[in-house]
Design a protein around this ligand. Structure first.
Ligand SMILES: Cc1cc2nc3c(=O)[nH]c(=O)nc-3n(C[C@H](O)[C@H](O)[C@H](O)COP(=O)(O)O)c2cc1C
Length: 192
C-alpha cells in the first residue's frame, strides 16, 4: 500500500499512541495538574526529563514560579482523571478538590504526587526553552516514586500488573497488548 505524503503539515498525530501522563505543580499555595502527551526522558546522568508545555497553561506559570514539576504515570483505569485535568483550567478551579484527586507525600519538592500513579518523578527545573508554540521544560529528577510490586526486578513495568494509559489523539485512550511483548536482545540482534 503506497503512503500518502503532505507538505501542509498542520496538526500531526502520526507519532501516537504515546503515554499520557499528568504533570503536577505547586506554587503560591496552589496545587495544579494537567494532562501531557508530549514528554520524554533526556539523560541518565544527570537524570533529566522533558515536558513540552504551552505557555498558556496555568501549570506552566506554576512551574516557572516554583522551578519544579512532577510527572505522574497512570494506569488506563485512571484515564478519566487524565481527561479531567486535561479538560479544565487551574486558573478557574481547584482540580484536586473538584475531581477528588488524592496525593502521596513528595520527598524533595512541593509538587503533588498522585496516589493513582504507578510511578512518578519529582523534577527540579533546569531549563525552559521555547520551541514554536510550546516551551520545553527540562527537569532534573530528584526523586522517583514507584509501586515496587508493579515492576519486575529490573524496574521494568510488569504489564500483568499495570495497564499503562496511552493516548491515541482525539480523546482516545488505550493500553498495551501484553501478549505482544517480545524480548529481542540487542547484543544478539545487532550481530546477526
Ligand atoms: C491527553 C492529553 C494530552 C495533552 N498533552 C499536552 C501536552 O503535552 N502539552 C500541553 O501543553 N498541553 C497538553 N494537553 C492540554 C492540557 O492538559 C490542558 O490545556 C489543560 O487544561 C491545562 O491545564 P492548566 O491550564 O490548569 O495548566 C493535553 C490534554 C490531553 C487531554
Amino acid at each position: 500500500m503506497a503512503k500518502t505524503i503532505r507538505e501542509d503539515v498542520g496538526k500531526f498525530y502520526h507519532h501516537c499512541p504515546r503515554l499520557a501522563v499528568v504533570v503536577t505543580a505547586h506554587a503560591k499555595g496552589r496545587d495544579n495538574a494537567m494532562a501531557a502527551a508530549w514528554h520524554m526522558p533526556i539523560s541518565f546522568s544527570p537524570p533529566l526529563y522533558g515536558v513540552s508545555i504551552s505557555p498558556k497553561r496555568f501549570t506552566y506559570q506554576l512551574i516557572v514560579d516554583s522551578k519544579e514539576f512532577g510527572v505522574n504515570f497512570l494506569p488506563l483505569e485512571a484515564a478519566e482523571l487524565i481527561a479531567s485535568v486535561g479538560g479544565s483550567q487551574g486558573q478557574e478551579i481547584d482540580k484536586f478538590q473538584r475531581f477528588n484527586i488524592t496525593r502521596d507525600k513528595s520527598l524533595r519538592t512541593a509538587v503533588p504526587i498522585l496516589k493513582a500513579a504507578y510511578a512518578a518523578y519529582e523534577c527540579r527545573l533546569v531549563d525552559d526553552r521555547g520551541y514554536g508554540d510550546h516551551r520545553l521544560l527540562v527537569g532534573e529528577i530528584e526523586a522517583v516514586h514507584w509501586l515496587k510490586a508493579a515492576f519486575a526486578p529490573e524496574e521494568i513495568l510488569d504489564l500483568a500488573k499495570v495497564n499503562p494509559a496511552l493516548y491515541l489523539g482525539h480523546e482516545l485512550y488505550l493500553t498495551t497488548a501484553k501478549d505482544t511483548v517480545r524480548c529481542l536482545d540487542r547484543e544478539v540482534y545487532g550481530k546477526r
